[in-house]
Write a protein that binds this ligand. Structure first.
Ligand SMILES: [Fe+2]
Ligand SMILES: [Fe+2]
Length: 263
């Protein structure tokens, strides 16, 4: 079977780029699609209205990260949404869930686990230990679960690689999000887990991690806050496609993708 993972959707350009999903799903014979939408609303979180629109797209599970908490009105809704995840290792008491299991149309259960790194990020619980716990809970719920996808939302490349090796042989795919720059390190780890350090963002690449360079440059130059606007040019949908043996959950191949939206 084939999994499609798409990295952080940034603002309106990113949402527009998702119009490419249908074409890619058809062309590549994709069975299950996961998209990280932590930056869907102008770069910061998601709103109920936008989520309703995104839910009309051919996406099975949505993942997120640190920015999912940005839209305060939306956060309480996290508890009601079965297919929108936030990192599992935030402290207990926060709304929402960190993993989900859904069946493909042909009846193959696919587990999706969302974790967040601890390096240069919020003081969450360990993604290693909470990840282990979550995997046990997922297997307890669906003993026939073989295909598991992990979105590790993290800043440090080393921490993302460590999560890859931690889950090697236990997940079909470990893929990084959050840094918005696609990494050229897609590979299969020794025990059969596909890995890519960062899926890359889905948004406008003529800018700085999806935003207009002016405000970000000023932020660095003057060390004071600026309001940021999304960039607009060179819009791409980025991520990876993984061919998985559904009988074992092991990956056969991983291919990074960058689909350009015609301007
Ligand atoms: Fe992001
Ligand atoms: Fe993030």
């Amino acid at each position: 079977m084939k999994l499609l993972f798409i990295g952080d959707v940034v603002g309106k350009p990113g949402r527009k780029a998702l119009s490419l999903l249908e074409k890619v799903i058809g062309r590549e014979h994709i069975d299950f699609t996961v998209v990280n939408i932590e930056n869907a609303a102008g770069g910061f979180g998601v709103t109920a209205e936008l989520f309703a629109d995104l839910s009309k797209l051919p996406i099975d599970v949505f993942t997120s990260g640190n920015h999912i908490w940005d839209k305060k009105d939306f956060v309480p809704l996290l508890g009601d949404l079965e297919n929108l995840l936030r990192p599992a290792n935030y402290p207990p008491g926060n709304p929402g869930r960190g993993w989900a299991i859904q069946d493909t149309p042909s009846g193959i259960p696919v587990g999706v686990l969302n974790l967040q790194g601890q390096v240069f990020m919020a003081n969450t619980d360990s993604p290693f230990r909470i990840g282990d716990q979550a995997l046990l809970e997922m297997k307890a719920k669906r003993p026939d679960l073989k295909v598991v996808l992990v979105d590790i939302h993290a800043e440090a490349t080393s921490e993302k690689q460590a999560i890859g090796w931690w889950f090697d042989g236990r997940a079909s795919l470990v893929i990084g999000t959050h840094t918005h720059v696609p990494t050229a390190d897609a590979r299969i780890l020794p025990k059969g887990t596909a890995y890519q350090g960062d899926a890359g963002m889905t948004g406008a690449y003529e800018g700085i991690i999806g935003f207009d360079p002016k405000a970000i440059l000023e932020k660095f130059l003057y060390q004071t806050p600026r309001s940021m606007e999304t960039a607009t040019r060179d819009v791409r949908m980025c991520g990876a496609i993984v061919d998985v043996d559904e009988a074992t959950g092991k990956a056969r191949a991983i291919t990074s993708i960058q689909e350009k939206l015609p301007s």
